[in-house]
Unconditional design. Structure first.
Length: 420
């Protein structure tokens, strides 16, 4: 099978450091073929695997049954050993693992004549930029591409720009590239200021009528918009209105929760805990209910205080995060619930204040009033775990909220308030 060439991120390193976080957090759905293969491996307690089925039903309907790997009571995969290593990998080799395990933390997205590769920042090694340059993993990535990318990848159309407009691949990528240039502009101020300017460009792109603006003309227009964005004054930081903060806290609660198999199996008690937490997040009174072990009960009002500037190291991490997501088209189209480019970029921008709120919570849980690169990096792994993967972010309600926040400029208010 012939698949398009890969476009790899130029600024990202990654190698697995066996932290086993992914094997503890993710539910691994498997195909019927993978199920047969794993059952054929004949796992027993002599291999260290706990007693009971290694594969269990996931979703069942009258028409279809799907499967997932079984998990231990703490939510970790049944094949994870005491050293944090995969038993399937150790006994049968890398290729014997389910495909989902082989792909993580990569994500492959069609981009016209190429397939572009992004990474999930839920992996701490991705956030810390540890390991080999991604380009050095090309052979391994090519092998995985053959397994995941459909044959018709080059025929997949680009994401729409907004509800009205669709351009061809070269013009769509010009807009993505223009946003990335604003994010990397060394004269654009801090990363938050550059993101503010990129949102400004995205907002103007959203209003443009593209009937006569294609090809070279689009390039000229984007240059003018980027210059206008560079000249735009950064507004004073202003606390968003109470109702906006309420909506934002509910969004943060979705980003901050943990959905391991143990959580999903918690049944009525688990759902009741989540409902109580959501009620608290909606009211914003009292203390935030810890949604994961890393959080403590902290008064909501503490998260309204400034926790300082971003450390210089995190400025670089956040810039790289935004660039990898843009270069890898990991924010719109098939990678993000089929959402158009401008709206997807606004959702990507909204994750930044959400990360900052979570980082404040982590720092406050530790009794600190200043955040560190570690707080912010951990908040990035927590929030990015869900971004583009939890169905709630693609729901109509969530999309309407993002659109409304962007139109009323509350998106930039939230960004400037929580990220500074
Ligand atoms: S099968 Fe192996 S790699 Fe996949 S989640 Fe389980 S332990 Fe991790």
């Amino acid at each position: 099978m012939s698949v398009p060439p890969l476009q790899l991120p130029t600024i990202q390193n990654w190698s697995c450091h066996n932290c086993s976080g992914c094997c503890r957090q993710h539910l691994i759905e498997i195909t019927d073929e993978e199920r047969q293969r794993i059952l054929g491996q004949q796992w027993t307690t002599n291999d260290g695997v706990s007693d009971g089925p290694v594969v269990v039903p996931h979703r069942s309907s009258m028409w279809k049954k799907t499967w997932r790997l079984a998990h231990a009571s703490d939510g970790s995969c049944i094949f994870l050993d005491g050293q944090g290593l995969c038993r399937i990998h150790a006994k049968f080799g890398e290729a014997a693992k389910p495909l989902a395990c082989r792909i993580y933390p990569y994500a492959f997205h069609p981009s016209g004549k190429k397939v572009t590769v992004s990474l999930r920042f839920s992996c701490p090694s991705v956030v810390a930029n540890l390991g080999k340059a991604v380009s050095e993993n090309r052979d391994e990535l090519k092998e995985i591409e053959q397994l995941v990318v459909p044959e018709n990848a080059a025929a997949i159309p680009p994401p729409r720009i907004n509800r009205r407009e669709q351009l061809d691949w070269p013009d769509t990528l010009k807009i993505v590239h223009a946003l990335e240039e604003v994010i990397t502009d060394e004269d654009g101020g801090s990363v938050v200021e550059r993101l503010f300017r990129a949102l400004f460009v995205a907002g103007l792109v959203d209003q443009a009528q593209f009937a006569l603006i294609r090809g070279a003309r689009l390039g000229d227009l984007l240059e003018i918009l980027s210059e206008a964005a560079a000249a735009e004054e950064i507004p004073d930081t202003e606390q968003p209105a109470g109702v906006i903060r309420m909506q934002f806290r509910l969004l943060v609660a979705h980003y901050a929760r943990k959905d391991t198999v143990a959580d999903l199996d918690a049944g009525f008690a688990g759902r009741w805990r989540l409902l109580r937490a959501a009620t608290r997040f909606a009211s914003g009174r009292g203390v935030a209910t810890p949604l994961q072990d890393c959080f403590q009960e902290v008064p909501f009002e503490s998260m309204e205080q400034s926790f300082g500037e971003f450390p210089a190291e995190f400025e670089k991490i956040l810039t790289r995060y935004l660039r990898v997501k843009l270069q890898g088209l990991h924010f719109c189209g098939p990678a993000y619930y089929g959402i158009p480019l401008v709206e997807g970029f606004q959702s990507l921008a909204l994750i930044v204040p959400a990360m900052c709120w979570i980082a404040r919570w982590l720092a406050a849980s530790d009794g600190r009033t200043i955040w560190t690169t570690e707080d912010l990096s951990k908040a990035m792994t927590i929030a990015d775990h869900h971004h583009g993967y939890s169905p709630v972010f693609g729901s109509g309600g969530f999309r309407r909220r993002v659109n409304m926040l962007a139109k009323t400029e509350d998106l930039t208010r939230l960004l400037l308030w929580y990220a500074s």
